[in-house]
Ligand binder design. Structure first.
Ligand SMILES: Nc1nc2c(c(=O)[nH]1)N[C@H]1C(S)=C(S)[C@@H](COP(=O)(O)OP(=O)(O)OC[C@H]3O[C@@H](n4cnc5c(=O)[nH]c(N)nc54)[C@H](O)[C@@H]3O)O[C@H]1N2
Ligand SMILES: Nc1nc2c(c(=O)[nH]1)N[C@H]1C(S)=C(S)[C@@H](COP(=O)(O)OP(=O)(O)OC[C@H]3O[C@@H](n4cnc5c(=O)[nH]c(N)nc54)[C@H](O)[C@@H]3O)O[C@H]1N2
Ligand code: SF4
Ligand SMILES: [Mo]
Length: 692
């Protein structure tokens, strides 16, 4: 027997991007574990990816190309050859492109975060074709935009510093579920005497283990941050030198913050004025004492109408108290902007003959149903889905299903499994998993460039995304040499080795070592140097003004809340959020039995006051509904949900849910203030006993 150990990288959409060691015995991956030598992975994987071999060898893996024989959505297919599949797709795309290439739409997100299996060969293919561009907004674009306006780039506190912080605000994140290797560091900080505070409408697994939990109403974080600014300024808990040297617009900010005394904030956020006051004081005084104060802001705050502004306001706080001076101070939203990635070399936008229109992935439901018009352009006639499961994850799911059910729409899906989206495909192509292909990765929660080696041969007739697009390009007569590049050649272009941050590591070395930390200063903004237009942390942003936004921190109320839309709230009085379940990764892993068993079934957590008012008891089946749709889940009566809030951990495959539906039946296609992102956690619903 030959046993080898292969260096790999977790491909999932998770900030931790763990270094993996895959044990391969006679060509079979027998164990996937965390690399003990990789500083942030430290030999530990989450439960999900410890099961990666189980997922890879799952008996329901798609192993052959398929053609639909049933109705759309029914999920009935027959096996066909690769030749037939590729010929069918090439013929159909060619004939659509002959009339209107923009009628073709790629739909992809982060099923793999790999730079190679993500937007490299696929992007080249769609650029050459002249297809519509996709605005990839479904996750992080609101917060990312708000952070960039303020700080300049998604660069923040190094994960490897958080154990040294004295105070950590875990703001809109549930790291025990979604950022495990940050949580390890937060716990170490706690052992060393740090205070941990969770800011979250829900008593998540994480909030439960923090010293304090501030359970504000969803979508009101921007007001809480303004209230903190108010107190910091009123009580002079500021770093005047840092403000003078490294920020822009303090005088205007002062006037704005004056409008937000703790009492007003308390009323807006549904918390007490004392909570606002004490939070600001602890933050300001700890910094004043020369101790590191850190904010781990996560994406929970930005899935609401004012999500961009919320992140922007939070991002002003570290500069006010000079927290950036210390390596363990400051803020981390995402570290992705630290990486010198050569996106254009990978995606080759220069192949575009002209600039096509852009379609927002977060409004795919409406856009698939939109007729041709001067404003919209041609009707969408073909969708090619890879690395994504829009039927389950996109908002306003019933509308998404109506779109994909269009008989005249040609749908191709590249997948590992027969997801809800695959059920609507005309042609299904079996894709390789991370164990079967090569890739290069950045991370959004740490600072290591990562390499993934193929550990095993492709399963069945599965092919890598890159190979599929290479083959399609050849069939369609795309003769630019870039369509012949191998995955290794693509991976070798992923990072700019000439950039000092990339420490000149070449791909061969990275592949062998598995990972390489970027050369970044310990405290990125200790001496200012913000990558904003002014070079300062911008409390006042001229760029925001130019983009039609309030240039100062502001509060933008949710689309759907008691305060902002009392008419709607009279009908649908409960705010619903649907954050990630611990054992799933978005909708990935829902079909892995052991992990689904750990989640049980779709639940809805609701406060005892809200259940009592509706005569609902613990473990009763309930129907959650609004004007957009409904889904059924099992009620859990618990004070983890604050009164007025219901929580349905997500994202379930619809067909593995209780009634063939999931939480996205009730979420809306309305977008955020910045970044054109979805507002998953900005949803009013009503709950009733489910009919038998
Ligand atoms: N196990 C697991 N891990 C994951 C994922 C997964 O599905 N499962 N998904 C991955 C992906 S793609 C992402 S983007 C990240 C997301 O993970 P996070 O960035 O942690 O964000 P969310 O999980 O959306 O929300 C985290 C917390 O925010 C709270 N929250 C909801 N609304 C608000 C609000 O208005 N204000 C505040 N302050 N808090 C709010 C929720 O109750 C939840 O506890 O996790 C990644 N990691
Ligand atoms: N209600 C609600 N909805 C949400 C969220 C929420 O919190 N609540 N979170 C949102 C967020 S943050 C995100 S990021 C999105 C995530 O949405 P998606 O990016 O669509 O994530 P997944 O649902 O995990 O689907 C990814 C699919 O890609 C496939 N895949 C993985 N690797 C490969 C590969 O190499 N090749 C191919 N062809 N396929 C591959 C997987 O099998 C999986 O089915 O969901 C969003 N939807
Ligand atoms: S999902 Fe996240 S925590 Fe789990 S192995 Fe992957 S990167 Fe690590
Ligand atoms: Mo995400």
């Amino acid at each position: 027997m030959t046993t080898t150990q292969v260096r790999a990288t977790c491909p999932h959409d998770c900030p931790d991007t763990c270094a993996l060691l895959v044990t391969v015995e006679d060509g079979v991956a027998t164990e996937v574990k965390g690399d003990p030598a990789h500083p942030t992975t430290a030999g530990v994987l989450c439960t999900k990816v410890s099961r990666y071999a189980e997922r890879t060898y799952h008996p329901e893996r798609l192993l052959y190309p398929l053609r639909r024989i049933g109705k759309k959505g029914e999920g009935k297919f027959e096996r066909i050859s690769w030749d037939e599949a590729l010929d069918t797709i090439a013929a159909r795309l060619t004939s659509i492109a002959a009339v209107a290439p923009e009628a073709i739409l790629p739909y992809s997100y982060c099923g793999t975060m790999g730079l190679v299996q993500g937007e490299s060969m696929s992007a080249r293919f769609f650029h050459q074709l002249g297809a519509s561009l996709l605005d990839r907004t479904i996750c992080a674009s609101a917060g990312g935009t708000g952070y960039r306006y303020t700080v300049g780039a998604t660069i923040g506190t190094d994960l490897e510093q958080f154990q040294n912080a004295k105070l950590i605000l875990i703001w809109g994140g549930n790291p025990i579920a979604s950022n495990l290797h940050f949580w390890t560091r937060a716990q170490e900080a706690k052992r060393r005497g740090a205070t941990l505070i969770a800011i979250d409408p829900y008593r998540s697994l994480t909030a439960e283990k923090c010293h304090q939990h501030i359970a504000l109403l969803p979508g009101t974080d921007a007001a809480l941050a303004l209230g903190m600014m108010h107190v910091l300024i009123a009580e002079d808990l500021l770093d005047a030198d840092y403000i003078a040297d490294h920020t822009l617009g303090f005088e205007q900010l002062k006037l704005r913050a004056a409008d937000w005394p703790p009492e007003r904030v308390a009323a807006t956020c549904g918390i007490t004025a004392d909570e606002v006051l004490q939070l600001a004081r602890l933050y300001g005084r700890t910094a004043r004492a020369g101790e590191p104060v850190a904010i781990r802001a996560n994406y929970g705050v930005q899935r609401v109408r004012g999500g961009g502004m919320a992140v922007r306001n939070i991002a002003c706080l570290p500069a006010l108290v000079g927290a950036w001076r210390l390596p363990a101070g400051g803020m981390l939203l995402s570290s992705s902007g630290s990486f010198p990635v050569r996106r254009a070399a990978l995606a080759r936008p220069d192949l575009l003959a002209r600039q096509p229109r852009t379609i927002n992935m977060s409004t795919i439901g409406d856009d698939l149903l939109r007729p041709a018009s001067a404003a919209f352009g041609p009707q969408v006639q073909a969708v090619v889905v890879y690395n994504a499961n829009p039927l389950a994850v996109a908002p306003d799911s019933a509308q998404v299903a109506r779109g994909f059910a269009r008989e005249d729409l040609f749908t191709v899906v590249l997948e590992h499994f027969q997801t809800d989206t695959v059920d609507y495909a005309d042609i299904v192509l079996p894709a390789t998993t991370q164990l079967e292909h090569v890739d290069a990765h950045l991370a959004y929660g740490h600072l290591y460039m990562m390499a993934n080696n193929a550990a095993i041969a492709p399963m069945g007739e599965a092919k890598a995304n890159t190979e599929i697009f290479r083959l399609l390009a050849a069939r369609m007569g795309f003769d630019d040499p870039c369509f012949k590049e191998s995955d290794d050649a693509l991976a070798a272009q992923a990072f700019d080795a000439g950039d000092a941050r990339a420490v000149h590591v070449d791909w061969e070395t990275l592949k062998q070592k598995g990972w390489q930390k970027l050369a970044m200063p310990d405290a990125p903004f200790a001496a200012g140097g913000f990558p904003t237009p002014s070079g300062k942390c911008e409390f006042y942003s001229a760029a925001m003004a130019a983009d039609g936004l309030d240039p100062l921190p502001d509060y933008i109320a949710p689309w759907e809340s008691k305060a902002s839309n009392p008419g709607l709230a009279a009908k649908y009085p409960l705010a619903m959020i649907s954050p990630p379940a611990r054992n799933f990764l978005n909708s990935t892993f829902v079909n892995v039995k052991s992990l689904r068993a750990a989640e049980g079934e779709p639940h809805l957590d609701m406060h005892p006051d809200d259940s009592a008012a509706r005569g609902i008891v613990h473990h009763q089946m309930v129907r959650i509904f609004n004007d957009r749709g409904s889904f059924v889940a099992k009620a859990r009566v618990t004070d983890k949900a604050r009164p007025g809030l219901v929580v349905g951990l997500s994202v379930w495959w619809k067909k593995l849910g209780t009634d063939g539906k999931n939480a996205n039946e009730v979420t809306s296609q309305r977008l955020t203030d910045m970044g054109r992102a979805p507002t998953f956690y900005d949803t009013l619903v009503q709950v009733e006993a489910a009919p038998d």
